[in-house]
Design a protein. Structure first.
Length: 383
């Protein structure tokens, strides 16, 4: 339903996770009977979890741990880990700085060049864990520069990530030479060249999601400015609340299946703080969730209780800050429990399975069809 903003502009109502609730079904089942496995390309994962490529949450060590537990961790191949040999020490020093100094230092760390030898080293560090799928993220602007090094090192999954990624980027040519002023990535042509599954995002609408699916991507990330610490909506004024965004892109997935017979994974990216948020994301249509801040609360996280997005280090237009998230417990406890309190920030996967069981859903596809109600909740701060 459209709402009139003024005589010349109409808008529709959009919903975030706090605006909706999952309606239990007439049937229930035991949580240990629920199947939460999903596939990305040829790979099967026991947990519908993709760890966001954020330096504060994902190091080669935490990527190995998440892989062992059954999830997929994505390392930022343009972050501190591939710019600095002593990344662990740099991040430890960063944690002790006041906010203003920390953000300035973060931008200094990102001013160093990405080193090909460090991309190779970090990927091989993760791959040293037998059976772990190795994923890395690059921006559309730099993916052609670095992806071949990553593939040669053994990268299994490539993520092409930006604040907003489109399948149709329009750029002007130089009026003198007639050549492009900026190199433009043709996603469809590029993905066809890459021999590993490619995940692209973010997006937040039906049409953008559908266009990204038509590029041949194995997965599409849904979320623009939704994560903790992101100020995209404040700085750029763009975005869409996650519940509506996920439902829109899930609708695009259905259209794409009808058109091509190909099923593209929809991955909710950002805006999830608790197990309940994760359950709502799946119920809205996501196949998996990408988490950043909840994993930055793990004892092993390299941010040491702090969280920030890659856009916070942008030299010209930072779109994020540093957020103190604290420490909730070991990574395994954050994901698989036991829960430490009633905040919903530990045993995230256990909460998802119990929510699915409460609705009688046997697997993620069935939970995608769970009934949703609009029921805005009071905002209770999470300790």
């Amino acid at each position: 339903m459209e709402i009139e903003i003024g005589r010349g502009k109409k808008a529709r109502r959009a919903y975030g996770f706090d605006d909706i609730t999952i309606v239990p079904s007439r049937r229930t089942r035991n949580p240990d009977e629920v199947d939460i496995a999903w596939k990305l390309g040829p790979y099967r994962f026991e947990l519908p979890l993709v760890a966001s490529p954020m330096d504060a949450a994902i190091s080669p060590a935490t990527a190995r741990t998440i892989g062992r537990l059954g999830g997929l961790a994505v390392l930022d191949l343009e972050g501190v880990w591939t710019r600095h040999e002593d990344a662990e020490a740099q991040l430890a020093a960063l944690a002790d700085l006041p906010d203003a100094e920390a953000l300035h230092r973060l931008r200094e760390l990102h001013a160093a060049p990405v080193k090909a030898e460090l991309i190779t080293e970090r990927i091989r560090e993760i791959k040293s864990e037998p059976g772990v799928v190795v994923a890395g993220a690059l921006t559309p602007q730099r993916v052609r520069r670095h992806y071949e090094v990553a593939l040669e090192a053994g990268l299994d999954v490539l993520a092409i990530l930006g604040t907003v990624v489109s399948a149709e980027h329009v750029a002007k040519d130089d009026p003198n030479s007639g050549e492009a002023l900026h190199e433009v990535l043709n996603l469809k042509e590029f993905i066809a060249e890459v021999p590993v599954p490619v995940v692209v995002g973010g997006c937040s609408s039906y049409h953008t999601g559908l266009h990204l699916m038509r590029t041949g991507a194995a997965g599409v990330l849904v979320g623009v400015g939704a994560g903790a610490g992101s100020t995209v909506r404040r700085v750029l004024g763009v975005g869409l609340p996650q519940a509506t965004a996920i439902a829109d892109v899930a609708g695009a997935r259905s259209t794409h299946v009808l058109e091509t017979g190909e099923y593209v994974q929809v991955i909710a990216d950002g805006g999830m703080r608790t197990g309940g948020d994760i359950a709502k994301a799946i119920a809205c249509g996501a196949d998996a969730v990408m988490l950043g801040a909840p994993l930055a609360r793990a004892a092993e996280a390299p941010g040491r209780g702090w969280h920030w997005t890659p856009a916070a280090a942008h030299r010209e237009l930072p779109r994020g800050g540093r957020v103190h998230v604290g420490t909730a417990g070991p990574l395994e406890q954050v994901l698989l429990g036991p829960g430490t309190d009633g905040s919903g920030t530990t045993n995230l996967i256990g909460a998802l399975k119990r929510s699915m069981a409460t609705c009688g859903s046997l697997d993620l596809a069935e939970f995608n069809r769970a009934q949703i109600a609009v029921a805005p909740a009071a905002n209770h701060p999470i300790a």
